[in-house]
Design a protein around this ligand. Structure first.
Ligand SMILES: Cc1cc2nc3c(=O)[nH]c(=O)nc-3n(C[C@H](O)[C@H](O)[C@H](O)COP(=O)(O)OP(=O)(O)OC[C@H]3O[C@@H](n4cnc5c(N)ncnc54)[C@H](O)[C@@H]3O)c2cc1C
Ligand code: FES
Length: 262
């Protein structure tokens, strides 16, 4: 774990869709899929971002514009400077031989390197990429290049299965025997999947997102349940840990710590 901010030039930027961009930078420190960096946008803010591209000396993040920091980051291009702290948190365990990944919306960003790593470990992989509509999806071609079986799902049916990613997942879980489900996406989607997976002894891990300030377990901003720090004990939580997080799928907290119902 690197606690020092490393300033780095952006070496490549790629627009994935209208509001999603990938930024690549030089960073040799190893990182596991599911772990994250604190990304400093000079003069604006420092925000948590999962790793989305893992190469030996280069790493990447892929993000959606939602507010001030992500909008400023979206404006950055090749040769602009950002700061990087990390890697932080834990990654997916990638246990099991037959794996189902379920990615919703921006969750696709961190599921993509997990799929690639599982394939590298010779696992049999199915992946659901879900979004509201076709134009919100990204990384389709990237994941088509792996041996994973892809399933697209959109709420409006503009591509692939018409409906929620959870419905597609339920269908696959009923007709296949998976050892594990790994997911990242809207929390209500992950909660529904968790409830489905509670009915069997399948391995289940979900990546939680909470407002973060320090990223290293000091400020308490990201605490869920009884003192569980998402930035240190998470962001990936197993089924047994999720049992101790009553907040899961119910509420998160804003920058001031005030509860916001999901
Ligand atoms: C461990 C971790 C990993 C993350 N990885 C990624 C990633 O790989 N890609 C990515 O795009 N984002 C990721 N995020 C979320 C990202 O950190 C936030 O979107 C970002 O901090 C928002 O900062 P901002 O200044 O742009 O928005 P703010 O000004 O903080 O928020 C603007 C508005 O957007 C809302 N908002 C804030 N965050 C989100 C959100 N995540 N989704 C929807 N609305 C939101 C706020 O409630 C507010 O109304 C991750 C978060 C965590 C905790
Ligand atoms: S962000 Fe400070 S404790 Fe997690």
């Amino acid at each position: 774990m690197m606690d020092k901010i490393i300033t780095s030039k952006i070496i490549k930027d790629t627009i994935e869709n209208e509001c999603v961009k990938t930024i690549m930078f030089n960073h040799a420190e190893p990182i596991e899929p599911g772990q994250f960096y604190m990304i400093w946008i000079p003069g604006i803010d420092e925000i948590p971002m999962s790793v989305s591209v893992i190469q030996q000396k280069k790493k990447g993040i892929t993000f959606r514009t939602v507010g001030k920091a992500t909008k400023a980051l979206f404006q950055k291009t090749k040769n602009d400077i950002i700061g990087i702290r990390g890697p932080y948190g834990n990654g997916f365990s990638l246990k099991g031989e037959k794996i189902l990944f379920v990615a919703g919306g921006t969750g696709i960003a961190m599921i993509a390197p997990a799929v690639e790593q599982a394939i590298k470990k010779n696992k049999v992989v199915d992946v659901i990429l879900g979004a509201k509509t076709k134009k919100d999806l990204f990384f389709i071609n990237r994941l088509k290049q792996t041996k994973a079986t892809m399933h697209l799902s959109t709420d409006d049916g503009s591509i692939g299965f018409k409906g929620f990613a959870t419905e597609k997942a339920n269908e696959l879980l009923l007709t296949n025997s998976f050892d594990a489900v790994y997911t990242c996406g809207p929390e209500l989607m992950m909660k529904k999947l968790y409830q489905i997976c509670l009915k069997s002894n399948i391995i289940f891990e979900a990546s939680l997102e909470r407002y973060m300030k320090c990223g290293v377990g000091l400020c308490g901003q990201c605490v869920v349940g009884k003192g569980i720090r998402v930035c240190v004990e998470g962001p990936v939580f197993s089924k047994s840990m999720l049992k101790d997080i009553p907040d899961f799928g119910v509420f998160n907290r804003d920058a001031s710590g005030k509860k916001q119902l999901l």
